[in-house]
Design a protein around this ligand. Structure first.
Ligand code: ARG
Length: 269
């Protein structure tokens, strides 16, 4: 409930103020997030899972968010392979319908099976994609998958979503954030990264940086409208000039994602 959340936040702020005042730390105000213009993903704005119901995050069994993900069917979530491999399957949790990590909104489900391509070894070599088959179904609208490369044209404005770091080396966000980034051409991306692979990757970002995904956003969606074109995969730092974000090129894996989502449904029922 929004009301409860606000009250909860006020309470926390009050508590923080009391504790810090008691400890005679005069710089409290500087350490507290100003409620107005906090930075985001890096350089984005707050977003809500009511507008982006397919956006989910992954946690370990103690509830620590470490990656993003995206609902592709009621019982399947796509993410990055390096995210799926980061925690053992039994400890993986998918949190859906929760804009703010500090709340209990939405639904948390465990993972029954993980699909990662055999060819995956390292995000910098490509194939950084995974499908998590869920133990229960999620009552949220799945993302659309692309049917051709029309959404991959250079300059297309795409939206990246996540709960990751709001600055290079900075803290992760409590609230879902989004940013708009333009897609690069293959040659544009190869100019930044010699290991760029146009089959398995796509790049997005501005020449002078400033707006980008960052650590903790991995596995999360890059969308154009309601269609998933990328998954946050890697980059050199975050939001640096000449270092765009690199995303898994979802179009290359649509058949596999559909097949795995379908097998998830069959086994589930
Ligand atoms: N590998 C990071 C993660 O695990 C994502 C990095 C994305 N970096 C970027 N500059 N877009 O969360």
């Amino acid at each position: 409930m929004a009301k409860h959340r606000r009250r909860d936040r006020k309470f926390r702020l009050a508590l923080t103020a009391v504790i810090t005042a008691a400890a005679f730390v005069p710089v409290v105000a500087a350490a507290m997030p100003s409620t107005g213009a906090r930075p985001n993903i890096v350089g984005g704005t707050e977003a809500s899972t009511s507008s982006y119901p397919f956006a989910v995050y992954l946690t370990d069994k103690s509830g620590n968010q470490f990656c993003g993900g995206v609902i592709v069917s009621a019982t399947a979530v796509a993410t990055a392979a390096h995210c799926a491999n980061a925690v053992k399957r039994a400890d993986l949790r998918v949190v859906a319908g929760r804009t703010d990590k500090r709340t209990n909104d939405g639904k948390t489900v465990s993972v029954r099976e993980v699909w990662v391509p055999d060819s995956f070894s390292d995000p910098g070599k490509g194939d950084d994609v995974a499908v998590l088959k869920l133990a229960q179904s999620l009552p949220y609208r799945p993302v659309e998958l692309p049917s051709d490369d029309s959404l991959y044209a250079e300059g297309t404005q795409a939206t990246v979503l996540g709960w990751g770091r709001t600055s290079d080396g900075g803290p992760r966000s409590d609230v879902l954030r989004k940013a708009e980034v333009p897609l690069l051409s293959d040659s544009g991306c190869r100019a930044s990264y010699s290991n760029y692979d146009s089959r398995s990757m796509v790049c997005a970002g501005y020449p002078d940086g400033k707006i980008d995904a960052c650590q903790g956003d991995s596995g999360g969606p890059l969308v154009v409208g309601g269609t998933l074109i990328g998954l946050v995969s890697w980059g050199d730092g975050c939001a640096q000039a000449g270092k765009p974000g690199v995303y898994t090129r979802v179009l290359t894996y649509v058949n596999e994602i559909r097949r795995e989502a379908e097998s998830s449904r069959l086994v589930f029922w």
